[in-house]
Design a protein around this ligand. Structure first.
Ligand code: PTT
Ligand code: SF4
Length: 608
């Protein structure tokens, strides 16, 4: 079948066995790949209510129909599991040679279950698969593992690994690749650690099946050219996502002091302009001609690859205003395999709790030395680091009372770097994101800033659903980087054309949006299945944005309005075909071919 191999690699670490199984063609067409394929596999393979850190949880590493091919920014893959941070659906996107090799090894996805008795790593060379001892890798940081595995297997492989944080099952441990690409914010690295799986090494040498290679080549060539000719290309190549620091400051969304404010007087100390002056190297994911991996030398003169989220969360959010120091903490997070967004949130939360006298320890805002020590302690779960390793939701529940109001998470996933006191649709994007508070599904904040900043309108809700379908539905399932479209305006029709040339099927926007809707609805059913007592209030952003207005900047005095938020949420549910509690209606399930989840939703008491 062109576009897909129709094959999964299944790995049972408890028994030390691997097998290759076929995937039904209809499943691939209905769910596309990446996130879509992964949620269907999780639904089928995970026992309901499974402990995410138990051997029975399933880890899926998936590529999509455009992976492994020389198409713009196609070198991404998705890592997915039930999240130990949220207890719901979790995934992350990584740009790495592992994407290229996974597809070229002849698999659409790897499905990993069980737990090895001792540390292991998985080695895949097309159909040749082995589970190898990893005693000498266990305990190493992600950079050290990568070096060792390259020495063993050569440079022409893709490597996904965890650092000490994954081994210690820090709830926001990530999967790392190529010393600076990291994915799986909701603790996918901890799931690998719980399975004693230190790394996955892939070498693929097959040619993925393509329907019309000549047309594909022409379309890709044209798209690459459009990207390079786009207005803003030079600026993007210079600053990448780091340009967002100044933009966020100007628009009062820069997370500051644990999302207390949206502006910070010292933002220039962490800006993209400063980064440009310090830059020593630029990296790119495979097949990308707009590489945004900006590398500077950090406080210790070591290399650190920076992105907006990392710098905002470890900079303005904790009042650390020196880019080289921020870069040092960012590098530690990459080495140890910790999500920078959750780390910056957890430390910011602790600083605020300390300021308010809710914890005994004094942890001052912006104290680099303490932040450095805490980051190491989180990775190894030492002392106060063990508390931080649990993430903001659990930390706030332990402290109770006032602490719950400034716990900046949705469904347990810490908020990424956009303050929403004065951005109602972005707050809704966080509320309804399928993994908890993350911007990847709908970065509607840029639309809000451009159009009607403070409105709670239906138009914004419609736009939000559209963005989710394109970003979280299409891009996460094609497993292609969305930035050529988001940042340089590459026409979305290129993706339809490429998909049609690869698969030999004429894809329309109607078809893509139906796939996306199916994916969102199945993910929603998964959350409901895994949660004990589903409520629409899980789709609410933190109390801080409703209760405590901004005290500075152009939106001084502004906070979210709960009644108007609820109205937008209800409009969102209606557009998705879900009921007023956010539960998919039977007719929606039927329309999307998801009737197989109906019994489960009845059993947990949300459907009659
Ligand atoms: C992503 C989240 C982001 S989103 C950032 S910076 W961003 C942080 N990056 C981290 C990091 O780095 N190290 C670390 N230890 N923790 C980190 N946590 C944060 O993780 C990333 C780029 C970026 S940079 C963005 S926006 C785009 N994201 C895409 C996406 O989600 N889907 C898609 N189809 N294309 C995307 N293109 C862009 O990719 P998560 P990466 Mg990432 C070092 O992981 O879990 O998805 O969370 O993957 O290869 O580093 O590329 O301003
Ligand atoms: Fe990777 Fe950046 Fe290129 Fe996207 S734009 S593929 S994140 S280098």
């Amino acid at each position: 079948m062109e576009g897909w191999w129709g094959r999964l690699l299944r790995v049972d670490l408890s028994r030390g066995k691997t097998s290759i199984v076929d995937v039904d063609k209809k499943i691939l067409l209905d769910y596309m790949g990446g996130r879509g394929l992964a949620i269907r596999l999780l639904w089928d393979f995970n026992p309901p209510g499974v402990d995410p850190l138990s051997p029975y949880n399933t880890l899926v590493i998936a590529s999509g129909p455009l992976s492994g091919l020389p198409l713009p920014s196609s070198g991404k893959l998705v890592v997915t599991s039930k999240s130990p941070l949220t207890n719901g659906y979790g995934d992350g996107n990584i740009g790495s040679m592992a994407s290229h090799h996974l597809k070229r090894a002849g698999f659409d996805a790897i499905v990993i279950q069980g737990k090895a008795k001792k540390p292991v790593y998985l080695y895949i060379e097309n159909d040749k698969v082995s589970i190898n001892p990893a005693d000498d890798l266990w305990g190493l940081d992600s950079f050290g593992v990568e070096d060792k595995l390259v020495r063993e297997h050569g440079k022409n492989v893709g490597i996904l690994t965890i650092g000490p944080a994954g081994e210690k099952m820090v709830r926001y441990a990530t999967v790392v690749s190529q010393k600076g690409r990291s994915g799986g914010r909701p603790g996918i690295g901890a799931v690998m650690g719980s399975k004693n799986l230190k790394a996955v090494v892939i070498k693929g040498t097959l040619q993925p099946p393509v329907h019309d290679i000549e047309s594909l080549r022409k379309t890709a060539e044209e798209a690459y050219k459009k990207i390079m000719e786009a207005e803003g290309y030079d600026y993007w190549v210079r600053q990448g996502t780091m340009a967002t620091i100044v933009w966020s400051q100007q628009n009062s969304v820069l997370p500051t002091m644990n999302f207390r404010e949206g502006v910070w007087e010292e933002y220039e100390g962490i800006s993209g302009d400063l980064m440009e002056k310090l830059k020593v190297e630029r990296r790119a994911c495979p097949y990308c001609n707009m590489g945004c991996g900006n590398v500077i030398k950090d406080e210790l003169d070591e290399l650190s690859e920076l992105d907006y989220e990392n710098v905002a969360m470890l900079g303005s959010n904790i009042l650390l205003g020196d880019l080289r120091k921020v870069a040092d903490i960012n590098k530690l997070a990459d080495k140890y395999g910790l999500d920078t967004i959750s780390l910056g949130n957890s430390i910011g939360f602790l600083m605020e709790a300390s300021e308010k006298g809710l914890v005994r320890e004094r942890v001052e805002w912006g104290d680099y030395k303490v932040v450095r020590e805490l980051t190491e302690d989180v990775a190894f779960r030492r002392g106060l680091g063990g508390f931080l390793a649990e993430g903001v939701m659990r930390m706030s529940t332990a402290l109770g009372g006032e602490a719950l109001e400034f716990a900046m998470h949705v469904k347990g996933l810490e908020i990424s770097a956009y303050d929403c006191h004065a951005a109602p649709a972005m707050a809704l994007a966080y509320g309804t994101s399928p993994i908890g508070a993350h911007h990847k599904d709908a970065w509607i904040i840029s639309y809000e800033v451009r159009t009607d900043r403070l409105g709670y309108t239906r138009e914004k809700v419609e736009r939000l659903v559209y963005l989710q379908d394109v970003r979280g539905g299409m891009f996460e399932s094609l497993t292609v980087c969305r930035l050529p479209w988001v940042e340089l305006g590459l026409d979305l029709d290129y993706y339809l054309k490429m998909l049609s040339h690869v698969t030999g099927i004429e894809w329309s926007w109607g078809m893509i949006r139906e796939v996306a809707n199916r994916i969102y609805t199945l993910i929603r059913a998964f959350w409901i299945r895994e949660f004990d007592g589903w409520s629409k209030y899980y789709d609410y952003p933190p109390a801080r944005w409703f209760k405590h207005p901004l005290t500075k900047g152009p939106y001084k005095g502004v906070k979210l309005d709960p009644a108007k938020y609820e109205q937008m949420l209800q409009e969102y549910y209606a557009l998705r075909g879900w009921d007023s509690n956010g539960v998919p209606k039977p007719e929606t399930l039927s329309k999307l071919g998801l009737t197989f989840v109906e019994d489960t939703l009845k059993r947990v008491g949300v459907l009659v």
